[in-house]
Design a protein around this ligand. Structure first.
Ligand SMILES: *Cc1c(COP(=O)(O)O)cnc(C)c1O
Length: 477
C-alpha cells in the first residue's frame, strides 16, 4: 500500500467492484477463490479413474441468480454439483468420441486466457495474442507441408473452419453469386459440410457425394468422371473436399490424385483434416499425409486428439490473403492493423478468445517428441484392439490407418445390429468402458476412439472379453 500515493488511493471496493480483481494489488479474495477452484478441479480430475466415463443424472444447482450475489463458497459448491454430472474424459474407459483428456498446460492456459480476457477481433484488443496466433498458424501450416507464406486463423471448431474454407473458395473462384455451384466430397465426408451448404444458401444437392472404396476412401476415378461431367455441363465447382480421417473409421482420401485433378480443372482443394491432419506429426503416418501440402486450405482440430482444451481448430491456407479477401469489411471502428491484418478480418468470427494460448502452451508442453508419442500411442492401441477383436472371429471390422475402429457382428440385418450394439454398449458401460454407436453403411456399429492415453492393455482386454460374451449371448440372435 505504501507504494500508492495518497492522491491516487481510491475508496475501498464497494459491492460492485468486489467481484472484480483489485487492479492495484494482488487481490487476496481472488487468489483464495482461484486456489479453492484449482483444488476442486484437481480433486475431480484425480477421482476420474474411480468413477465412470458417463455419470448418471446429477442434481442441478439453482439456475437463476438470486437477488443478492453469492460468495465464493456457495459458488464453488454449486460448481461441484455441475462437475458431478459432467462427462469424464479422463477416465481410462472413455473411448467413445474424439474428446481426449485435457493437457495440463492447456488447462492452465485456458485459465490465463480467461483472466486476460483479450479479444482476437483486433490487434489493439490482443496485441501479443494476435501475433502469437499468426505465428503459430504459419508454423503449423509449414509443418503440414503448405508453402512459405501459408497461415490461417483459429476457429471455434472444425465446422466453422470448414465453412470458412468453402466461403473463401467460393469467393476466390468468383462464384459468390452462382446458385448452381457445387462442392464435391466423398459420401463419408463430415456432416458439417451439409451445414455449410445451408449457411451458404445452397441446396443440399449442391453437396455432390461421391462413392468410396471398400476401405472408405474417395474413389479418384469417380471424382475424375464427375468433374469431367460437370465441366461438360458448365456447372461451376466451388471446391473439392478431401477428408483426412473420416468420422467412423478414420479413412484417408488419396490426396495426390485428388490434388492433380483439382490442378487440371483449376478447382480449390480443401482438406478436412479435423481428425487426421495432426498425424503429420507422427513419423509412422507422415508419408501417407504428404499430399496435405497440395491443398489450398486445411482444417485441423488439435482438440480432437492432442488434448488441447475445447475449442481448438485451425483453418490453414496456402495463401491466407484469400481468407481476408473473402471476409474483410474494413473494421471501421478499430485502429488500423500494424502488421498482418486484424484476425477479425480473416474469418467469420468477430469477438473471439485467445484460443491459441492453450494450443501454443500445450504443444510446448508436449514437445515434438511428446506429440509423436501421443499419436503413436493412439495408433498402437488401435492395432492392439484390432488384434484382440480379430482373434474373436465373427466380427466385421471397419478401420483405417488412424486410431478409430468400428465393428459389428458379421451377417445379421439392421435391426439385429441395432439390438446388439445397444445391449453391448450397456454391458460395456457396466464395466466402465464407453464406446459410441454410429450408424454406418446401414448398420449400427460400436466404435472405439483410442486417443485416450490412460487406456491401457487391461482395458482393451476387458473390452474384448465383453464383446466376446456379447457374440455368444442371446442379443445377437
Ligand atoms: C469433428 C469433425 C468436424 C467438425 O469439427 P467440430 O469441431 O466438431 O465442429 C469436421 N470434420 C471432421 C472430419 C470431423 O471429424
Amino acid at each position: 500500500m505504501a507504494s500508492v500515493p495518497p492522491a491516487q488511493r481510491l475508496p475501498p471496493p464497494h459491492r460492485e467492484c468486489g467481484s472484480f480483481a483489485d487492479p492495484f494489488q494482488v487481490d487476496p479474495a481472488l487468489e483464495a477463490f482461484l486456489q479453492q477452484a484449482a483444488g476442486l478441479l484437481c480433486r475431480w480430475l484425480g477421482q476420474a479413474g474411480h468413477g465412470t466415463p458417463l455419470p448418471g443424472l446429477s442434481v442441478l444447482p439453482m439456475v437463476e441468480p438470486e437477488p443478492a450475489g453469492l460468495g465464493s463458497e456457495r459458488l464453488l459448491a454449486d460448481l461441484q454439483l455441475v462437475m458431478e454430472g459432467a462427462y469424464n474424459p479422463n477416465h481410462p474407459g472413455a473411448m467413445a468420441h474424439l474428446d481426449p483428456p485435457p493437457l495440463s498446460a492447456s488447462i492452465v492456459a485456458d485459465l490465463i486466457c480467461a483472466g486476460l480476457n483479450n479479444n482476437l477481433l483486433a490487434e489493439e484488443l490482443s496485441p501479443s495474442l494476435s501475433r502469437l496466433e499468426r505465428a503459430l498458424c504459419a508454423w503449423m501450416a509449414g509443418r503440414l507441408g503448405l508453402p512459405e507464406g501459408a497461415g490461417g486463423v483459429a476457429a471455434s471448431g472444425g465446422s466453422l473452419s470448414n465453412l470458412m474454407a468453402l466461403v473463401t473458395a467460393r469467393h476466390r473462384q468468383g462464384l459468390a453469386c452462382r446458385g448452381d455451384a457445387v462442392v464435391l466430397c466423398s459420401e463419408e465426408a463430415h456432416v458439417s459440410l451439409m451445414k455449410a451448404m445451408a449457411v451458404m444458401g445452397l441446396p443440399a444437392e449442391a453437396l455432390v457425394k461421391l462413392p468410396v472404396t471398400a476401405g472408405g476412401s474417395l474413389e479418384p476415378l469417380a471424382l475424375e468422371e464427375r468433374l469431367a461431367r460437370l465441366d461438360r455441363a458448365s456447372i461451376p465447382v466451388i471446391a473439392v473436399v478431401a477428408t483426412t480421417g473420416t468420422t467412423v473409421r478414420g479413412a484417408l482420401d488419396p490426396l495426390e490424385p485428388i490434388a492433380a485433378l483439382c490442378r487440371r480443372y483449376g478447382h480449390w482443394l480443401h482438406v478436412d483434416g479435423a481428425i487426421g491432419a495432426i498425424f503429420a506429426f507422427s513419423e509412422r503416418l507422415r508419408p501417407q499425409l504428404g499430399g496435405l501440402g497440395l491443398a489450398d486450405s486445411i482444417t485441423v482440430n488439435p482438440q480432437k486428439l492432442l488434448g488441447i482444451t475445447k475449442t481448438s481448430s485451425l483453418l490453414l491456407l496456402a495463401h491466407p490473403r484469400h481468407l481476408q479477401q473473402a471476409f474483410s469489411t474494413g473494421l471501421p471502428y478499430m485502429e488500423p492493423s500494424w502488421g498482418g491484418g486484424h484476425q477479425g478480418e480473416a474469418g467469420l468470427q468477430g469477438t473471439r478468445p485467445g484460443e491459441i494460448l492453450k494450443l501454443w502452451l500445450g504443444l510446448r508442453q508436449l514437445g515434438l517428441e511428446g506429440m509423436a508419442a501421443l499419436l503413436d500411442g493412439a495408433l498402437a492401441r488401435r492395432a492392439e484392439l484390432e488384434r484382440r477383436l480379430r482373434a474373436l472371429g465373427g466380427l466385421t471390422l471397419c478401420s483405417g490407418p488412424l486410431h478409430l475402429l468400428a465393428f459389428r457382428p458379421q451377417g445379421g440385418d439392421g435391426p439385429a445390429a441395432e439390438r446388439w450394439s445397444a445391449a453391448t454398449r450397456t454391458a460395456l458401460l457396466g464395466e466402465q468402458l464407453m464406446l459410441s454407436r454410429p450408424l454406418y453403411r446401414g448398420h449400427h456399429h460400436l466404435k472405439a476412439v483410442l486417443g485416450n492415453p490412460h487406456t491401457a492393455s487391461a482395458h482393451l482386454e476387458r473390452l474384448a472379453l465383453v464383446v466376446q460374451q456379447s457374440l455368444a449371448g442371446p442379443s445377437d440372435s
